[in-house]
Write a new protein. Structure first.
Length: 219
């Protein structure tokens, strides 16, 4: 990841895709203006901690900030005229890129993870494209296992990265896949990222974005 003016870019270091991550020091709107993608349709999901995946095909007319009406926590597309976005504040954001080409974004909270959201994204990819290798997968900032206590009495903690990695391991060939980790815990690094556990209802959201680049490498 390369830090730039209060946000990060090149989360997945491949010329076929552009990726960005906001921090608490940069808004989504100012990022898209600075990166020259303000005129590109921004796809937002109606996130509800589900295990539902939305495929954005070429027949869907989108413009401006387009919100998927269905309750979904993952989106997948082959289109290069849109930006996929996922918003989080302790939950795990994942970005997936393949040179086929396609991209996907995932909102993986504990409920969605337990319902197999990430595994279902790869099921959808395999069903549509028959692809099981050659992926680039980015794990974004999320609350770490040490900070994510889900049972105080028995001191039980939950590991979002480990649980989602296990779902990926069951679906694809990891020997032909590149994994990237942000390395940040949203709670430990609350000075950089929003954390619902630290801030409660006052917490803002961070955005992880992905866009397929056109064949000539331009927007």
């Amino acid at each position: 990841m390369k830090e730039k003016n209060g946000y990060y870019k090149e989360l997945i270091p491949d010329k076929g895709v552009s990726t960005w991550l906001t921090t608490r020091h940069e808004t989504l709107n100012t990022l898209v203006n600075k990166e020259g993608i303000a005129d590109t349709a921004m796809i937002q999901m109606n996130q509800v901690h589900s295990a539902s995946v939305f495929f954005l095909d070429k027949n869907i007319n989108v413009e401006g900030q387009y919100c998927i009406e269905q309750e979904v926590d993952a989106a997948l597309t082959c289109r290069d005229d849109v930006v996929l976005s996922v918003r989080t504040a302790d939950c795990l954001p994942l970005l997936i890129y393949h040179s086929y080409p396609f991209i996907s974004v995932i909102h993986a909270g504990r409920k969605g993870t337990q319902n197999g959201i990430t595994g279902k994204v790869f099921d959808e990819i395999i069903r549509r494209f028959g692809i099981r290798d050659g992926f680039h997968i980015w794990f974004g900032p999320a609350i770490c296992q040490k900070c994510y206590q889900i049972d105080q009495k028995n001191d039980i903690h939950y590991d979002l990265i480990k649980e989602n990695m296990q779902q990926i391991r069951q679906k694809i060939d990891l020997s032909e896949t590149r994994i990237y980790y942000s390395g940040f815990c949203t709670s430990c690094s609350n000075d950089i990222f929003h954390s619902y556990r630290k801030e409660g209802d006052k917490s803002g959201r961070i955005y992880s974005l992905a866009k397929l680049n056109k064949a000539d490498g331009t927007f």
